[in-house]
Design a protein around this ligand. Sequence first.
Ligand code: SF4
Length: 751
Amino acid sequence: MSSLSYSKHLFKLPKRSADNGLVRKVSSLFRQWDGKLSQQLALENSQFGRIPKRLLPDQTTNMTCGFCATGCGLTVHLQNKVPVNLTPNTHYPVNQGKACPKGWEALSPLFSPNRATSPMLRNAEGILEPVNWEMALRAFTAHFKQIQQNYGAESIAFLSTGQIATEEMAFLGALAKFGMGMVHGDGNTRPCMATAVTAYKQSFGFDAPPYTYQDFEESDVLVFVGANPCIAHPIMWERVCMNRHNPKIIVIDPRTTETAMQATHHYALAPKSDLMLLYAVAHVLVENQWIDQKMIEENTLYFAEFEGFLRNFNPARASRVTGLSISQIHQLAQLIHEGQRVSFWWTMGVNQSHQGTRTAQALINLALMTGNIGRPGTGANSITGQCNAMGSRLFSNTTSLLGGHDFLNPAHRQKVASLLKLDVSQIPDQNSWPYHQILAGIETGKIKGLWIIATNPAHSWIQQESFHELRKKLDFLVVQDMYHTTETAQMADLLLPAAAWGEKEGTFINSERRIGLLKRVSQAPGQALADFYIFKLIAEYWGCGGMFREWESPQAVFQIIKRLTQGQPCDINGIDDYVMLEQQGGIQWPFAEKNTVIEKERRLFTDGKFYHPDQKAYFLFEEPRVSPELPDEAYPLLLLTGRGSSSQWHTQTRTSQSNVLRQLSPEQIYAEIHPQDAETLGIDSGTSLLISSRRGSIQTTALVQPTVQPGQIFIPMHYATTNQLTLAVFDPYSHQPAYKACAVRVEIHKS
Ligand code: SF4
C-alpha cells in the first residue's frame, strides 16, 4: 500500500485488506468514545484551572527549563494567567539566577505560526489536510492494527524523544509495549546518551551518573573530554567559573573549542585517539604507583587484568597515535595524580564514537584507580544532552523496562507486571532493537508502521539520506509534534498536534539526577493536546484504555512511577508529590525514604558500594580500533561535527522560531577550516564551499580560523544538510551513532 494513498476516510480500510470485523470494532469504539473525546478535550483544557491551589501562579510561577539537561529553574511571569515573560529562578540550586539564551527565550517557540494546531491526514492526492481528532485516532488505530494483522505485532515501532515529561514517556512505553503489543521502540536519546548508559551499566551495575553540580565548584582538577560546556552547557560552565580552588582545567579535544580557550591545559589530540591517550595515562599512573590501592582492593574488580593490559600502552605508542608528545602524556598523568579532588567530565565527543563505550569506561577506570569517586569534587561524570534524556533512560520502556528494570530478567518482569496489575505475558521478554536496527527493520520489510514522537530524524539522523529512503518503505508513518513544519512532520501520513513545554505538566530529570517540575502556564494552540492526553486517547481507541484507568493525570502517573522504582537504585518513594518537588527546588534520586534529610546537592557511591550484586565497580577495557573512515587521496580532510552556539538547539526546530535566538547565530551553514588548508585551497572566510563525502555534497561558507587543526574541518550539527555527509557507524555496545569523524573533500563552489 502506498504511504501516500490515504484519504481522510482511510479508516474505511482498502478493499483488498478489508476486515469488516476490525472496522466494526473500530466503529464501535468510536461510538463509545463519541462524546468522551470532547470531555477529554475539556478536561485537558481545564487542567490549568485544576492545578492545586498552592501551585497556582499568581503573578509568577517556577518551573524547569525545557531545552537542555542542565535543568535550570525559570520563573514565568503571568498577567491574567497568560505568560508574558520569564527570568532565571534565583533560588533554584541548579542555576542560581542564571540562564543561557535558550532559557531566556523559552516562551517564544510556543507562539510560532508553525505550530501544529489540528491533526493532519494525507489525502488521496498526497496532501496533508486538517481532520478532527476522531478521524485522526480512527486512522491511527485502523492502520496500525491492519499492519499488525498483516505482518505481526512487531511490525510497528516507535521512535521517541528526550524532550517530553517522564510521565508521558512512561505512558508511551507502557501503551506501546503492554497495550499495543509492540516490541521495538527507541528514542533520540540513542544518538545522544546511549554510550554513557551502557558504560555506567557495565561498570557500576546501573545507569547512575554519580555527581552533583556542586562538584564543578569543589574539584581542584577538572578534566573535560569531548565536551564544550561553554557552548553546550553554559550554566554548568558558570558553576566551574564559581570554583574557588583555582582549579586546573584540562580539555582533551581535537578542536580549540571555547572551553579549550579558557582551559589551563588543552590537549589537542588527533580525532578519535582519546581511548589510546586515556590508556597511556593509566599506564603512567600505574607505572608510578599513583593509584589508590585501598579503593581498588576494596571496591573494584578486574584491576589486575587491566594492569596487565596497560603494559602495551606506553606513552611512546600513544604519542604516535594521538599526535601529542610523550611529555604531554606524562604531564597529563601528573596533573591527575597531583589533584586532591579530580573530576572527569565527558559528553558527545566521547559518546558519539565508534568506540564510545570503552572510551567512557577508560575515564571511569581513571576515576576508580585514583580514588576519585564518591567524594566532593570527583567522579566519572557524563553530561547529559536533552532536558529529559535522564527520564527517558529510566522510564521510557525502551532500553530498560520501566524504572530501570531489565526486560530479560523474569523477576523484574513479574515485579513490574504486579505493580501495574498486568499479566506478565504482556511484558516483552526481549529487548527492543536499538534505533538503527529499527531503521534496518524498515529496510528489510519487518517494520511497516512507525510512530515518531517529538523528534526530527529526517534532519538529525546520521547519513541522513538513508532515513529519507526508508520512508518510502513504510506503509504508515505517524508523527506527533508541536510543529507541522519539521522535515519529519512533512513526511507523515498522519500528524498529531502536540502541546509544548509550558503547555502541560509533568517532571524532567536533569544531568545530576534532579527531578524538576514542568508546569502548564500557557494554552496549547488550536486542537493541540499534551502528549499525555494523546496517549490516553490512543489507549481508548486501541481498546486497551482499561489498562490505564489509574493513569488519569501526570500527577497520578508520578505516583505509579514512584512505585516502579521501589528497591531500585533510583528509588524515589520518599518524594510525596509535585508540591514537595516545588517546595524543595527539585530532588535528586535516590530518595527512597520520606525521612531522608533533604540536601540541595547529593552524589552517589559515598560508601564505596556500587550496584553490581557484589557491590563492586568493574574495570572494563579493550584494544582500541582504528576510526572507520580515515582521510585518503579522494577525501583528504576529516569532518568534525558538534554544537555551534549556545543559542542553537539540535535541529533548531524550536530555537529557529525565536527572533532573538536566530540573530545570535549564523543563519547559513558554515565550515571552520584551518588557515594552512585554506591557503592551499585558495579559500578565504566567506568563500562558498562544496564539501563532499562518500554520501553526498553540500554547500557551505568558509570560516578560516585555527580552531581546527590542519587536515580537519568543523561543521555545526544544527543545519539541515550537515548529516548528508556523516557516516552511519555505531558503537558495538551502545549502538550510538559515531557522528564525529568522517572523510571529506573541500572545493570552492562555483555557481
Ligand atoms: Fe535551559 Fe539548558 Fe540554558 Fe539552563 S543551560 S537555561 S536548562 S537551555
